[in-house]
Design a protein around this ligand. Structure first.
Ligand SMILES: [Cu+2]
Length: 115
């Protein structure tokens, strides 16, 4: 009777497969959203507008963690999907927003002022 031995082997193989399947931690590449993260862009991140650049159509936002982009909190520059967004917010405004990587550039796709 070798079923016990084969059972253990199967469990060991399963354990190894789970270990190898675990995603590598990638704190140093937080600006590169993995393919598994592209789909979930629903949650809004917290932010504070630092600068509105209407000429370059960019917003500088001090933001909290952005789950959909696997990004920790930081201050950075975003493109905007719609230039009208630049008129909706001003420096110092607290905002809720969502961002996606569009054509290689991190772009604000939705923004609203947080009251
Ligand atoms: Cu960032």
């Amino acid at each position: 009777m070798n079923t016990g031995f084969f059972g253990l082997t199967a469990i060991a193989a399963l354990g190894a497969a789970v270990l190898f399947a675990a995603p590598a931690a990638a704190d140093d590449s937080h600006h590169q959203a993995g393919p598994q993260q592209v789909a979930q862009a629903a949650a809004l991140a917290d932010g504070e507008i630092r600068k509105v650049d209407k000429d370059a159509k960019k917003l500088t936002i001090k933001h909290g963690p952005i789950q959909s982009l696997d990004m920790p909190g930081m201050t950075m520059v975003f493109q905007v999907k719609d230039p009208a967004m630049l008129d909706q917010v001003g420096a110092g405004d607290k905002v809720k927003f969502s961002a996606e990587k569009i054509g290689g550039a991190l772009t604000v796709t939705r923004i609203e002022t947080a009251k």
